[in-house]
Design a protein around this ligand. Structure first.
Ligand code: ADP
Length: 464
């Protein structure tokens, strides 16, 4: 509620400042300087008329122009040539000085102007008939001709009075309106913010069921709620990964740990004197420790990958070199177990990707092919040169994967052969790591498999 009040106060202050500025201008122009402004506008108008007369002197339509000017602009024009008045607009404009008394005044400024030898002059005299001021603009047309344009200046005091009383009402109204408007604006802004704030506080406590939908039309508020929505999704994902990881780790670590404990106890209590049995027991312990190691590494790798902590370090490198160095790691299999790694490529394969992560992908796929290799013990690595990418295929002639399992093998901890879980070493995490890395690179990937014929995993990597 406090924030709402603050917002109302702030918006009200700004609106009041804004209104007062506008009102001050209104007061200044409408009331205080109205007289000055009126005379200024009139004088300007009259100067324009005088210019027009000057410019049209000696033309054929001169008199017509004078007639229409005096009629349209409500001014009185007289032209004096050689001290004789040759033209006088005989309208009923208050600006015309027609009475005797005024004629006298007229004579006075006329003579004064003609004697002054000025090109242009401005006079103001009081017309006693109407008690108003008369503004006269005098222009010299040539050496002996003069034009006099006059108009009456209306007294503005009554107008000013009306405007003043109106402006008092306007001022009060504007101030009340700005209070009301600031209340509604602040309500419109603060209500969605208060709602978002409440939900953000719930999210901070770990409740990810909150929604940040807003019906506000203010784009900044919509942006704020979208950002919080993204933050919520990210947080809930991390939270889910953390929970899953805890559950899986405790489950997966338990089996090898139980075995290690059991075999260690067996050595301590039973087989410590029997060399053969003791060694067999100790080997099991070592194998299980290796398994644990593998598991922990994979889990760490995957959790890093999925929480997006491992940023991509895109670089250019030769994939031919990389594949060869990975195959080298499996040399011992070629020597001891007659495995065959078929990779026939000698040219550079310049690509652009995160080298370490792609190494992990290729390593995981080759070690899967090794794990599930066919009787021929052949692992085939094939490169297809495409327009913008290289397609890397890793195949084996093993037992293959059933069609309905092709989509599932990419899931965490999914293993097709659940019955013999411990016969082939594996954590069920290899392909989810591959999937995470390739997704992050936005590279295409997939698997094709024919039962009892073999399996081909592939991915496409961007060329340099
Ligand atoms: P694992 O550690 O069990 O190999 P992966 O995530 O690497 O875990 O693979 C998931 C499952 O996909 C494996 O358990 C296996 O059943 C199947 N799979 C993976 N690669 C192959 C392959 N080349 N041939 C047959 N099955 C495979």
């Amino acid at each position: 509620m406090k924030s709402r009040n603050n917002l109302i106060k702030k918006i009200w202050t700004y609106l009041i400042i804004f209104s007062i500025t506008i009102l001050s201008f209104l007061w200044l122009f409408q009331v205080i300087f109205l007289d000055t402004y009126y005379v200024w506008v009139k004088t300007n108008d009259m100067s324009k008329i005088a210019d027009k007369i000057y410019n049209n002197y000696n033309t054929d339509e001169f008199e017509d122009i004078l007639d229409s000017l005096s009629f349209e602009k409500d001014v009185c024009i007289s032209i004096v040539i050689n001290d004789e008045q040759t033209y006088s607009s005989n309208g009923f404009s208050k600006g015309c000085l027609s009475s005797m008394e005024s004629n006298f005044a007229y004579e006075k400024y006329k003579i004064e102007f003609i004697n002054s030898q000025k090109d242009e002059a401005e006079y103001r005299i009081i017309d006693n008939r109407y008690q108003n001021q008369i503004l006269i603009i005098c222009v010299k047309l040539n050496d002996s001709s003069y034009a006099f344009v006059s108009t009456s200046l209306q007294p503005l005091s009554s107008t000013t009075n009306i405007l003043t009383s109106q402006l008092i009402y306007v001022t009060i109204l504007v101030l009340i309106l700005s209070l009301l408007i600031s209340y509604f604006i602040s309500k419109k802004i603060s209500q969605p913010i208060i709602k978002i704030n409440k939900n953000a506080a719930r999210m901070a406590k770990g409740d990810y069921d909150v929604t940040f939908d807003t019906d506000s039309s203010i784009s900044e508020i919509v942006q704020l709620s979208n950002t919080l929505k993204e933050a919520k999704d990210e947080l809930s994902k991390t939270d889910e990964i953390r929970r899953e990881l805890m559950a899986n780790i405790s489950h997966d670590l338990k089996t090898p740990l139980t075995m290690i404990k059991a075999y260690a106890e067996m050595v301590r209590d039973l087989t410590y004197n029997d060399k053969v049995k003791r060694e067999s027991n100790l080997n099991t312990i070592i194998e299980e420790t290796d398994r644990l190691n593998l598991l922990v590494n994979d889990i760490l790798e995957l959790s890093k990958m999925q929480s997006n902590k491992l940023a991509l370090m895109i670089q250019e490198f030769d994939m031919n070199d990389l594949i060869k160095s990975i195959i080298k790691k499996f040399d011992y299999l070629e020597e001891q177990n007659n495995y065959k790694f078929n990779y026939e490529n000698n040219k550079k394969l310049l690509v652009k990707a995160d080298k370490k992560q792609i190494e992990q992908v290729i390593y995981n796929l080759i070690s899967n092919a090794v794990k599930y290799v066919g009787e021929d013990k052949q692992v085939i690595i094939n490169i297809i040169d495409k327009k913008d990418t290289y397609r890397v295929e890793i195949s084996d002639h093993g037992k293959g994967i059933k069609k309905d399992q092709l989509d599932l093998i990419w899931d965490k901890y999914y293993r097709t052969d659940k019955t013999h879980k411990r016969s082939t070493s594996g954590t069920g995490l290899g392909l989810s790591i591959v999937k995470s890395i390739l997704n992050k690179h936005k590279f295409d990937y997939g698997v094709k498999s024919i039962l009892n014929k073999g399996t081909t995993f592939y991915f496409e990597i961007n060329k340099k």
